[in-house]
Design a protein around this ligand. Structure first.
Ligand code: NAD
Length: 483
């Protein structure tokens, strides 16, 4: 395994380069708590070098016709697919996630590149024509330039792909900083695709957010910063970007409500929550983590849900293919999730199953269902980002919607009902960028992903992402006959 690790180097201007500082960051295996890898501890000087390379490469990359850029994206998809098992193994080792989840991440990575490779060849816009007498208007789509990208630790490779694919498709170049906890697959990706890209088009600088991310969001030659991460990091980036009015693209946290009406198929809802609440150990921004169920069916739903959760297999992914839940990513995050669990139980919530850590080593937390959760409790408002689902009850639809929307987040939500009117009106009233009806956490490359309110702005995936990473220019020709 160690032999397959990427070198502990930044990837700048097409080459693996030593960091300016020579210092490293320990990357820890969350199953064993042992140091797995040393990543370069990037500095502002490393960022500046990478931004120079990205700036130098940008105009030639932008001039390539869509078919050429598309061919490169397809080649990247092929290369990732060829190394899917290696990338999944590295991702599982770094994050502790089960192989099933890691393989799904790699498949999502491949599909992001394939989708954007197709989409960039079929872009549409307003028809060219005369909208003012004797003036021909043409709308052009242009890349923005150099994009600074900052990614989180929950889906390290896939979150990088969700940014890299549309950014490159649209003709931009980029400098990406992976999470300090999970840089391995992003560096490996760069190593694997290095020969497919002109030098400087993709650059990776590892390091901490308040150093590397901070410099990226302040750098005068970076035209946009795209961050997936927490609300706090989003705010920091937006604040910096405001200085020179660079564009900002933010995919932040979530607290997805799952509104279960009295007429819902409760067994189906519980079965879906088994995945939607616990996939990737609940470290998922769209996780169905906050159930609001009609009081008349609450006991039945909890019974189904506890039955489902009791069948989840927790463990080290290397223990076997039946492992469905790994540890959480780091000691700091483990302490944070346990803090939420302990405070919720002190405040009156009851664990119908789980409720605490599992024996170590490793940052394992029992898959948990909390019931009797007081209205407005901390755990119903804040993002826990662990294997924890809370259950609250409501008496009527207005109350359900009011409480579902009364959080600072607005990323995703679901409604469970067999009533056509309800399925439409409740979905329309939920303040979230994605609302599922009788489903939860089903995504596709064609469909936009992104939030409202504190969950940020901008869209990943879909044609909307391609639009976000480009700008429109209106060119108007006066063709009046002057003779
Ligand atoms: P985080 O905000 O701690 O870190 C995300 C990235 O931001 C890391 O690379 C980090 O180094 C960097 N960062 C931290 N401070 C920064 C600063 N001042 N300037 C620039 N960059 C900075 O988030 P995390 O803990 O890695 O990830 C979990 C969070 O990400 C959760 O809130 C989750 O909901 C969110 N998330 C959202 C989506 C989505 O699509 N909306 C997807 C995945 C994760």
């Amino acid at each position: 395994m160690t032999a397959s690790f990427p070198p502990g180097r930044h990837f700048v201007d097409g080459a693996l380069v030593a960091p300016a500082s020579g210092r490293g960051i320990d990357v820890v295996d969350p199953c064993s708590e042992e140091v797995l890898f040393q990543a370069p501890n990037g500095t502002a000087a490393d960022v500046d070098r990478a931004v120079s390379a990205a700036s130098a490469a940008q105009s030639a990359w932008a001039r390539r016709v869509p078919k050429d850029r598309s061919d490169v994206l397809h080649a990247i998809a092929d290369r990732v697919a060829e190394h899917a098992e290696l990338l999944a193994t590295l991702e599982a080792a770094n994050t502790g996630k089960p192989f099933e989840v890691a393989r799904d991440d790699v498949a999502g990575t491949v599909d992001s590149f394939r989708f954007m490779a197709g989409a960039v060849r079929a872009s549409t816009s307003m028809a060219a024509g005369d909208y003012v007498d004797e003036h021909l208007s043409v709308i052009q789509r242009e890349p923005l330039g150099v994009i600074g990208v900052v990614t989180p630790w929950n889906y390290p490779l896939m979150m990088a792909a969700w940014k890299i694919a549309p950014i490159l498709a649209a003709g931009n170049t980029l400098v990406l900083k992976p999470s300090e906890h999970t840089p391995i697959t992003t560096l490996k990706f760069a190593e694997l695709v290095a020969d497919l890209l002109p030098a400087g088009v993709v650059n990776i600088v590892t390091g901490y957010g308040d150093v590397v991310g901070d410099r990226l969001s302040r750098h005068p030659d970076v035209q946009m910063v795209a961050l997936t991460g927490s609300v706090g990091s989003g705010r920091a980036v937006a604040r910096n970007a405001a200085e020179d009015l660079k564009r900002v693209h933010l995919e932040l946290g979530g607290k997805a409500p799952v509104v279960v009406c009295a007429d819902a198929d409760l067994a189906a809802a519980a079965s879906a929550l088994r995945t939607a609440g616990y996939w990737n150990s609940g470290q998922e921004c769209g996780a169905g983590c906050r159930v609001l169920v009609h009081e008349s069916v609450a006991d039945q739903l909890v019974e189904h849900l506890v039955g489902e959760v009791s069948t989840l297999t927790v463990g080290d992914p290397r223990a076997g293919s039946d492992v469905e839940l790994g540890p959480v990513v780091s000691k700091a995050h483990y302490d944070r999730v346990l803090g939420y669990l302990h405070r919720a139980q002190q405040d009156g919530a009851r664990a119908a199953i789980g409720g605490d850590a599992l024996d170590g080593p490793g940052y394992f937390i029992a898959p948990t269902v909390l019931v009797d959760v007081p209205a407005d409790a901390e755990i119903t408002r804040e993002e826990v980002f662990g294997p924890v689902v809370t259950v609250e009850t409501f008496t009527d639809e207005d109350e359900a919607i009011r409480r579902a929307n009364a959080v600072p987040y607005g990323l995703a939500a679901s409604v469970w009902t067999d009533d056509a009117r309800r399925s439409h009106t409740l979905a329309a009233r939920l303040d979230a960028g994605t609302v599922w009806v009788n489903s939860h956490l089903v995504l596709a490359s064609e469909l936009p992903w992104g939030g409202f309110k504190g969950s940020g702005y901008g869209r990943d995936l879909s044609l909307y992402a391609l639009d976000d990473y480009s700008r429109t220019k209106h060119i108007m020709h006066n063709h009046q006959n002057r003779s």
